[in-house]
Design a protein around this ligand. Structure first.
Ligand code: I6G
Length: 673
């Protein structure tokens, strides 16, 4: 008991410190998941020892604090919190509790209003006779900070409601946020001007709204979505929440375009999965979805418990940011010899998977982030994007952390490491002498989108190189079943199958072969453009820099890489070995291909795609007969959206233009097969 009482005191102090960093300084030290764990532990301890609950415990207030810098606004109706759900089962239980309380039968299926839960700053705006009078942050739920002048600077806050017959007074509630694109631009500008950089869009939004000088707020890319009302005097509400939202829209208040009415538990879970799948392309940060019983009569019947309504729940996504320790930092050598620092981490569950490695991209990034062995770091995994180290938690740096420097010699083959002045990448100079480079180039050569050698996975490639059975990819075509069956865990049958798969890969396309060669900066789409343009290998091999630059979307840097590749005697030899050992492709068709699956279609690109660079994606579309334009109109056929898509995505949603992913584009094109 004594130790638990001490722990309670320690937790309260720690939570208070985090509250100050988060709410007052807009500069959190730890990720939300860690904060939530501390709160949960405190709640559990207080439930076990109710006598130890005190009025000043952070569990006793809704959330947040109101600081003294701003005037105080008392909310007429408190701004409450939402209960959280983390699993399908939690949602089934929520729906069952609601139906039981409403005394609905077993089979009854309720209608819910569902919408994304924005990761921003909750605010309440009061309109009197349709005119904006006061705007406040949530604060502690009962009293917030008066940020009226700042809210007035937001273009999406109408100073006067549209239409007529407004209530004498209404408090409308919503979330102020920053789009991903706005956040990135703002941080870029801040970096350039030597100003404070925010750790994420939510803190940037909070920091921007809570400025003592509204002129500063005016310059920040803040947006707002409204989701409900608090007090209403001299007016009535429609019978459904979804109609209430339509009413807000009619008044000129923006609501989230993803709002839907769904039925029953299946509807809720379907909505959760749909939004979860599109989360990375929404263009703004969300941390879950919110479900509300759509009937306001039923909402009233259900009422509230403690700090939260019984008729609503937040269904949270797995945390995308977590903290963990760096066990080691190693240098990985890639296909082109590039040395990449990779942090080996204490395994941590983040973004729905367990992560134990994170790339630090290059030595500059390692230096800039100052990540050291022994550090506690925040790791982020959003969508299917590879995990990254966001930052070191400086406050948690123990004594004796180890700085890792760029090695002078390749950790795999011992060759010199060279770094061209002004370039971020350092490279091993060993070329094919370096086993790591050989392994990586073989893995690339055999991969599905290159020569597609079935059964030649990473493990087998590593064994082949370690056993010195292959030096370059061309040696694959000399392997015998007898040699392969000597490898560990390779039976005679598998060996024969692999030999057959290697033989099968000899019949390929020119584009695939070019891609498989692993020429620096030549991705799938560039390989396709080269194959289309030159038609024959000998023509490409003999092409001048100018002739290569005549290929659409190939600039001087890529042209130089291509030229250097074919000028290198070792590469010349390997290319002729491929041909001598039977690699072949159909001769080019005379005239232009008739197959133009995207003919007549226009595309707009936004955000970062998982595999294709922008130029590659554009080349792919053009090659298939499509057109690429820069702005979204009703006539746009598709918007191709990737990570951190910006306002073009929003525009597409408003205009109902179909939004597709890179994968869907590939399906449309299918040009490689
Ligand atoms: O914090 C919140 C975020 C979003 C909310 C909320 C919401 O609806 C989309 N709704 C309510 C009723 C409350 N908090 C209390």
């Amino acid at each position: 008991m004594a130790s638990e009482s001490k722990r309670i005191v320690a937790l309260r102090e720690e939570i208070a410190r985090h509250d100050h960093r988060y709410y007052v300084l807009d500069d959190p030290e730890v990720p939300d998941a860690e904060y939530d764990r501390l709160m949960r532990e405190l709640r559990e301890l207080e439930t076990r020892h109710p006598k130890l609950v005190s009025a000043d415990s952070p569990t006793q207030r809704v959330s947040g604090v109101a600081t003294r810098e701003f005037g105080v606004v008392e909310h007429r109706v408190p701004m409450l919190s939402l209960d959280n759900a983390f699993s399908d089962e939690d949602i089934e239980n929520f729906d069952r509790r609601v139906r039981e309380r409403l005394e609905l039968g077993e089979g009854a299926r309720l209608e819910y209003n569902s919408e994304p839960k924005l990761d921003g700053l909750a605010i309440s705006l009061t309109y009197e006779d349709g005119v904006f009078s006061v705007g406040a942050t949530r604060g502690d739920g009962l009293k917030g900070e008066d940020v009226t002048p700042n809210l007035r600077t937001l273009r999406s806050v109408p100073l006067k409601l549209r239409g007529r017959g407004h209530p004498r007074l209404v408090e409308v509630r919503g979330e102020v946020f920053m789009t991903d694109a706005g956040f990135e631009q703002m941080n870029r500008d801040a970096l350039a001007g030597g100003d404070k950089v925010f750790v994420n869009p939510r803190n940037a939004a909070a920091g921007s709204l809570r400025q003592l000088d509204p002129a500063v707020t005016a310059g920040r890319p803040l947006e707002i979505f409204f989701y409900g009302v608090g007090a209403i005097e001299g007016g009535t509400l429609p019978p459904r929440h979804s109609e209430l939202l339509s009413m807000l829209r009619e008044w000129g208040l923006r609501t989230c375009p993803e709002i839907r009415v769904t039925t029953g538990v299946e509807g809720l879970l379907g909505y959760y999965r749909d939004i979860g799948a599109r989360r990375a392309t929404l263009g703004y940060q969300i941390d879950g979805v919110v479900y509300k019983v759509d009937s306001l009569v039923r909402q009233r019947e259900l009422g509230f418990v403690a700090r939260a309504p019984r008729w609503a729940i937040a269904h949270k996504f797995p945390a995308e940011e977590e903290m963990t320790q760096v066990r080691d930092i190693e240098w990985q050598v890639g296909r082109t010899g590039a040395l990449t620092p990779v942090a080996r981490l204490e395994p941590v569950f983040v973004g729905g998977v367990t992560v134990s490695n994170a790339t630090l991209h290059n030595v500059d990034e390692l230096t800039r982030k100052d990540v050291r062995i022994g550090d506690t770091v925040i790791i982020r995994r959003a969508g299917d994007v590879i995990p990254e180290i966001v930052r070191v938690i400086a406050e948690r740096r123990p004594r004796g952390t180890k700085v890792v420097a760029l090695p002078k010699a390749c950790p795999v083959c011992g060759s010199d490491v060279s770094r061209i002045e002004g370039e971020a990448v350092a490279r091993c100079t060993g070329g094919l002498v370096c086993a790591a480079q050989r392994k990586e180039s073989l893995k690339h050569f055999a991969s599905r989108r290159a020569m597609d050698v079935e059964g030649l996975g990473d493990k087998v490639v590593e064994q082949l190189v370690d056993a010195q059975l292959v030096e370059s990819a061309a040696d694959l075509y000399l392997l015998t079943a007898a040699q392969l069956s000597e490898l560990e865990r390779m039976g005679e049958k598998s060996a024969a199958k692999l030999v057959a798969a290697i033989a099968k890969s000899k019949n390929t396309t020119f584009a695939r072969f070019l891609f498989a060669l692993g020429i620096p900066n030549v991705g799938e789409a560039t390989a396709l453009s080269l194959a289309e343009h030159f038609g024959e290998l000998t023509v490409l091999q003999d092409a001048s820099l100018e002739q290569i630059m005549a290929v659409p979307d190939i600039g001087p840097v890529v042209a130089q890489d291509i030229r250097e590749f074919f000028d290198e005697p070792r590469n010349k030899k390997i290319v002729s070995q491929f041909l001598a050992r039977g690699v072949n492709w159909p001769a080019p068709a005379s005239g232009r291909s008739e197959h133009q699956p995207l003919a007549g279609k226009t595309f707009v690109l936004t955000g970062t795609l998982p595999n294709l660079g922008r130029a590659d994606a554009e080349a792919l579309i053009r090659k298939a007969g499509g057109k690429v334009t820069s702005s979204v109109t009703k006539k746009t056929s598709f918007v191709l959206a990737g990570e951190s898509a910006g306002s073009k995505l929003e525009r597409a949603q408003q205009l109902n233009v179909p939004i597709i992913s890179e994968e869907q584009l590939r399906l449309l094109v299918k040009a490689f097969d």
